[in-house]
Write a protein that binds this ligand. Structure first.
Ligand SMILES: Nc1ncnc2c1ncn2[C@@H]1O[C@H](COP(=O)(O)OP(=O)(O)O)[C@@H](O)[C@H]1O
Ligand SMILES: [Mg+2]
Length: 247
């Protein structure tokens, strides 16, 4: 469905992505692991054109896109098929949960307000927030805010959703409710790339895992093989250390 080849990105002299290749098939849930600073966020941002790659080719459905040179219209077309869930939620603080979900529909897609609200309410119901349509972000817990963020992503009816550490800003007791929603999307067959440090989530929900270090993918395989037959010692130690921290 999506394939990227040779993504490179520098910030000044700092080479953050050093020529990555990644193939995403429809229905894949790919967990992206790796230490802080390895380029995980930058990879997702480049794939969604929130950041402009220096080099790289994207094959999205039948389109072939030069990721450095892509024009506005091409980016617009790709963004129409993708959605992004941010670590820090990125909700409008002066808008209700429902308005946060519908604004992309009414403004960008010029949808009739009532129709958009009908869709928005259904999506808030789906993430377990049927009693919070009119709440402002400040009246919601972090877990609830992130579920609004997921409902907003779904409103775009995307082919793929990129999640950038969706639970890392949450108190531990709120992580489960967000992961549960993401698991339900996986069960529905949604295609997702999920940057996460939640090893149990990666183990139980993803079908593939990639591990990044210093701007490269150093391990990539099916989930079972990744965890049970991991040949790379650094990756094994990273997993062990994270599991230890969680105890
Ligand atoms: N906008 C930016 N300007 C300059 N440096 C950046 C920018 N975004 C990220 N970096 C740097 O790129 C590297 C990779 O960052 P990032 O993709 O956020 O890694 P990760 O998500 O794996 O923690 C880090 O060294 C970070 O400081
Ligand atoms: Mg990051």
């Amino acid at each position: 469905m999506i394939e990227v080849k040779g993504i490179r990105k520098k910030f000044g002299d700092l080479e953050v992505l050093k020529g990555l290749d990644l193939t995403v098939n429809k229905g894949d849930v790919i967990a992206i692991l790796g230490p802080s600073g390895s380029g995980k966020t930058t990879l997702l941002r480049c794939m969604n054109f929130l950041e402009r790659a220096d080099e790289g080719t994207m094959y999205f459905d039948s389109d072939v896109v030069d990721m450095h040179k892509a024009d506005k219209k091409t980016i617009h077309n790709i963004r129409n098929k993708t959605a992004f869930v941010f670590q820090s939620f990125n909700l409008f603080t002066n808008k209700t949960a429902l308005e946060n979900v519908t604004i992309g529909l009414t403004v960008a897609r010029k949808m009739d307000k009532h129709k958009a609200e009908e869709i928005g309410k259904k999506l808030l119901d789906k993430v377990g927030l049927s009693d919070k349509y009119n709440s402002y972000p400040s009246q919601l817990s972090g877990g609830q805010q992130q579920r609004v963020g997921i409902a907003r992503a779904l409103a775009a009816d995307p082919e793929i959703i990129y999640f950038d550490e969706p639970t890392s800003a949450l108190d531990p007791e709120l992580i489960g409710e967000v992961l549960k929603v993401i698991k339900e999307l996986a069960d529905d067959g949604m295609t997702m790339l999920v940057v996460t440090h939640e090893m149990n989530f990666a183990k139980n929900v993803s079908n593939r895992v990639i591990f990044m270090e210093e701007g490269k993918i150093i391990s990539s395989s099916g989930t079972k093989e990744f965890f049970e037959e991991q040949k790379n010692e650094r990756v094994r130690n990273f997993i062990k250390n994270i599991l230890k921290k969680g105890e």
